[in-house]
Design a protein around this ligand. Structure first.
Ligand code: G
Ligand code: G
Ligand code: MN
Ligand code: NA
Length: 252
């Protein structure tokens, strides 16, 4: 209960910021993209990780206001870079509430028009769980597309989506969950699933981003199997904005 009050107070205060995990193009080795990951900054200086507060915020109806703060943080932190470099791209995670109500649409529109950032430079990551209200989600995704945003399915492979489900959704990219990257080069039975996911994405003409890439061997395997993008500790953990910009300018 006390965490609930603390969370509500944090939402009111605007205590949510974004860290940025670099995304590397495996063919050019360039870093023109990142995923924004929410961080709750508590007054004692500690950070509550999103896997703790996202489910809580969702159950208390607070997640949309956190998404708003992440959108604002991205524009504040990276607006200059996004305006100056038309190749620069940022991924923002959407929750079930964002997709269901569509309230994210005017929020993004306002933030982008104020900062002069092209909607094509912002992609949205959605999970299968986020599309629980499938009708609401389809409408919101169509509107996001109409504006030029790209859509990526996050944590792919952990839910039940098959090919036909994906075809209905008009998505642009698929993020391979890190559990399917971890098994590359091992004897784990799910290693074949990784190959099937890649084949499915190719079949549907989707861009692929691999998550949780930790070793050179994984990166080489992904690259040789046609995966274009990767993020993970091999390259960098999620970084505060200024560290991300510094990482970029010194990369590779
Ligand atoms: O920061 P970390 O990599 O630990 O993130 C844990 C999980 O929380 C990830 O699966 C990520 O997708 C999710 N997450 C991070 N930031 C956000 C956000 O702003 N909104 C939503 N809905 N999920 C987020
Ligand atoms: O939203 P998403 O499912 O991408 O969440 C990212 C989560 O993955 C965060 O908890 C982050 O700390 C973690 N993460 C990011 N890169 C790596 C990695 O290379 N290996 C592992 N094990 N975890 C990672
Ligand atoms: Mn994500
Ligand atoms: Na993910």
């Amino acid at each position: 209960l006390s965490l609930r009050y603390e969370l509500a107070a944090a939402v009111r205060k605007g205590a949510f910021i974004a860290h940025y995990q670099p995304i590397i193009d495996l063919t050019t080795w360039r870093c023109d993209a990142a995923e924004a990951l929410a961080r709750w900054q508590r007054s004692d200086g500690s950070h509550v990780p999103p896997d703790v507060f996202v489910p809580l915020a969702e159950s208390f109806g607070l997640m949309e206001r956190i998404t708003d703060q992440i959108v604002a943080a991205v524009m504040r932190d990276l607006g200059d870079w996004l305006r100056q470099d038309p190749n620069a791209l940022i991924g923002i995670n959407l929750s079930a509430a964002d997709l269901s109500t569509g309230r994210i649409l005017p929020v993004l529109d306002r933030a982008l028009s104020r900062s002069g950032v092209n909607p094509r430079q912002i992609w949205l990551e959605v999970t299968e769980h986020g599309m629980i209200d499938i009708t609401g989600a389809q409408i919101t995704l169509a509107e996001l597309h109409r504006r030029g945003h790209l859509i990526a399915i996050d944590d792919f492979g952990t839910g039940y989506s098959g090919l036909s489900y994906l075809q209905q959704l008009q998505i642009d990219a698929l993020k391979i969950d890190r559990s399917f990257v971890k098994v590359i080069g091992t004897e784990a039975p799910t290693r074949n699933v990784t190959q099937q996911i890649i084949a499915m994405a190719r079949e549907l003409n989707l861009k692929i981003v691999a998550e949780g890439v930790e070793t050179e061997e994984q990166a080489a395997y992904l690259r040789s199997n046609g995966v274009e993008f990767a993020q993970g500790w091999l390259f960098s953990a999620a970084l505060p904005a200024s560290d991300f910009l510094a990482f970029r300018s010194s990369w590779p």
